[in-house]
Design a protein around this ligand. Structure first.
Ligand SMILES: C[S@@+](CC[C@H](N)C(=O)[O-])C[C@H]1O[C@@H](n2cnc3c(N)ncnc32)[C@H](O)[C@@H]1O
Length: 198
């Protein structure tokens, strides 16, 4: 059983939500506010309980959103009225392509990160975007914090910016790299990348 299933009812009450994940959601909304998404569609890969989808519905209601979530957390997201598909990233397939794919705080848990980016690219419309954000270990403080976080999650591999560049560049052009830093959280980096127009 996936450890993520255990968070179906408790995820939104966790301390990490308030001090660490909320600033990321704000940064994603800020980035999206200045982008023009082809067909105005967005897929939130590994949407958890749908908190980013909640924020998008409130702040950018013109974007048509859906989420993908393998764990039981998807039930919490679906119960709030979001359109949710059950899948892990390894088996994700859709006939639809999206104007933007967002993936926050989930990429480190993917078993084959290159394959995940390739899959995202297959599902991004030409001229569309990938926004991906997660923690990394830049400092000893980050290392300690992430060791604690790792005790409560599935196996994780936090790629550094140089690795992210290597993973993204065969498929996307990186438009922006944003550091989402507050003294009390591990370093978080958000990458905004665009797929070339055909
Ligand atoms: C820390 S939560 C982040 C949830 C949400 N994106 C957020 O920012 O609050 C990590 C998420 O990654 C998902 N996840 C873990 N392994 C996955 C995989 N192989 N494929 C898709 N999602 C996965 C978990 O189910 C969980 O929803």
């Amino acid at each position: 059983m996936s450890i993520w299933n255990l968070y179906e009812k408790t995820y939104e009450k966790l301390w990490v939500q308030h001090i660490s994940l909320r600033p990321t959601r704000k940064a994603v909304i800020r980035a999206l506010s200045s982008l023009h998404l082809p067909e105005n569609t967005l897929l939130d890969m590994s949407c958890g309980t749908g908190q980013l989808l909640d924020d998008l519905k409130r702040d950018l209601p013109e974007i048509k959103c859906m989420g993908v979530e393998p764990s039981l957390m998807r039930r919490a997201a679906a119960s709030k009225g979001h359109k949710i598909l059950e899948s892990n990233v390894e088996h994700f397939e859709s006939t639809e392509k999206f104007g933007c794919i967002v993936c926050t705080h989930a990429f480190p848990y993917f078993s084959d990160q290159q394959d995940a980016i390739s899959r995202f690219s297959e599902h991004t419309l030409p001229g569309g975007y990938l926004i991906i954000a997660h923690a990394e270990t830049k400092t000893i403080y980050d290392l300690l914090m992430l060791k604690i976080v790792k005790l409560t999650t599935s196996k994780a591999n936090y790629p550094a910016p140089s690795k992210m560049k290597e993973l993204l560049e065969p498929y996307y052009k990186i438009c922006d790299v944003v550091e989402i830093n507050a003294w009390y959280v591990p370093s978080i980096t958000m990458y905004v990348a665009r797929k070339g127009e055909l």
